[in-house]
Design a protein around this ligand. Structure first.
Ligand code: FAD
Ligand code: UDP
Length: 400
């Protein structure tokens, strides 16, 4: 359907190096093109369509929606996450309420054990971990805090992931739980990574063995993909998967683009490549009901090639005679999954961000486009805020 009104509007400039051909202009006409059907793109699309009355085309180069949160039933019929375990947790009531419009929830608190020195002990490090590992009898928070204070090493200033752990729990616990895991996961030593990375998993002095302490901890009852189907189920939203941004820009006419892919790719790597860390997911189904005691077991030992094993039935509550697991093998090459937080990468990102700021016809949203090590809820929060700002700019600020 060619929309003449849309074709008359001034379209978003195509990426560098792409001449706008005369053929088929407007074949994919919409007011807004959203690149990426993950949390960032889907939430933006829903807000701009539902609140702003915009006609939105959402595209993704992958053959499915939901981005990295994509889940599906494997050959055995077990619900698995194709891109590794995704556990929803947030302190933001607004984010939880927004997503609750599109899914019911299954309460779930994630627990992780670390396999170290022939034992499986709680991670993050807590009082139980200390007692099991060192044969201690720490009975109170105060005793555990005193123990950690006695082994912690003064570090000043605290800049790196090594610094933050050693300053908190000392060198032995650092080497046991963090050094090997981090070297595998990131392909570099914790001393080369920003402190914010290891600070995601702070030690505790109580016996709380939940991985997260957020107010809201739950899994979408019917899975992530079903939730995304509902987010995108709107009369003014069209979705095309298996489609490249550049190819759509050859044919489409749009007033605005929301880009949720890698920002350096958008700008043709003009200043060089931004480093992203990748993973290979080894999915395995076993002909047994249960494999491990908790959702995830971490393997900090550098000699073990993977970082962690996740058993999905813990997360989803599914009952099935078989069980499916994912082993995560860190990789330098492959799909970009993690921005790598370190000062020189941030400096390079800032150069791309300056280009992005000058593009009023494009909004950059999400983990890859803003080069931030964001969890799902943070991406949703960022998308809600970005959509609100855009709608205000377009004179459509009609809060619901
Ligand atoms: P994505 O989900 O990456 O979506 C971007 C989409 O854009 C992709 O589908 C991509 O195919 C598409 N795209 C990119 N470029 C183009 C292009 N040129 N043309 C067309 N399409 C394009 N968060 C949590 O809160 N809890 C967890 O437990 C958790 N576990 C995680 C485990 C792993 C292994 C990983 C990698 C991440 C995890 N996260 C977790 C983080 C979570 O995945 C992200 O916060 C979230 O998915 C980011 O959403 P997004 O929309 O920004 O990006
Ligand atoms: N980490 C570690 N050992 C662990 C768990 C985490 O060294 O057993 C470090 C590691 O650097 C990891 C970071 O803490 O990348 C953040 O862990 P998280 O579980 O939040 O990683 P994600 O789920 O985002 O991969």
């Amino acid at each position: 359907i060619v929309d003449a009104a849309a074709a008359r509007r001034r379209p978003v400039a195509p990426p560098a190096g792409i001449a706008m051909p005369a053929i088929d202009r407007g074949a994919r006409a919409a007011d807004v093109l959203v690149v990426g059907a993950g949390f960032a793109g889907s939430v933006m699309a829903e807000r701009l369509a539902a609140e702003g009355g915009k006609r939105v085309l959402v595209i993704d180069r992958r053959p499915h929606i939901a981005g990295n949160a994509f889940d599906h039933h494997d050959a055995a019929g077990v619900l698995i996450h194709r891109y590794g375990p995704h556990i929803f947790h947030t302190n933001a009531a607004s984010v939880f309420e927004y997503l609750s419009r599109f899914t019911a929830w299954r309460p779930y608190e994630h627990r992780v054990l670390a396999r170290v020195r022939g034992q499986e002990v709680p991670m993050p490090i807590n009082r139980t971990t200390l007692n099991a590992l060192y044969g201690l009898g720490l009975a109170t928070d105060a005793e555990a805090a005193a123990y950690l204070a006695s082994v912690a090493e003064p570090v000043s200033p605290v800049r790196t992931s090594e610094d933050v752990v050693v300053a908190g729990v000392g060198r032995d616990l650092y080497e046991t739980f963090f050094r090997g895991y981090t070297r595998k996961q990131w392909g570099m030593d914790p001393s080369e990574l920003d402190k914010s990375v290891a600070a995601r998993v702070p030690a505790r002095t109580d016996t709380d063995d939940r991985y997260f302490t957020d107010t809201f901890q739950a899994m979408p009852r019917d899975g992530y993909t079903r939730m995304f189907e509902r987010i995108l189920d709107h009369g003014r939203i069209a979705v095309e998967t298996g489609v490249e941004y550049r190819d759509v820009m050859r044919e489409g006419v749009f007033d605005h683009v929301v880009f949720t892919g890698a920002i350096d790719e958008f700008f043709d790597h003009r200043f060089g490549r931004l480093p992203y860390r990748s993973l290979e997911f080894e999915h395995v189904t076993l002909d047994q009901d249960r494999f491990q005691a908790v959702g995830t077991v971490n393997y900090p030992d550098e000699a073990v090639p993977y970082t962690r094993i996740t058993e999905y039935k813990h997360l989803t509550g599914q009952r099935h005679p078989k069980t499916s697991l994912t082993y995560e093998h860190p990789r330098a090459d492959g799909d970009p999954y993690y921005p790598i937080p370190r000062p020189e990468n941030q400096a390079l990102f800032k150069r791309y961000e300056a280009l992005a700021r000058a593009r009023h016809d494009v909004s950059f949203v999400g983990r890859l486009a803003t080069y931030r090590y964001y969890n799902m809820d943070q991406v949703v929060g960022q998308a809600l805020a970005t959509a609100k700002g855009l709608l205000a700019r377009w004179g459509m600020a009609a809060p619901r």
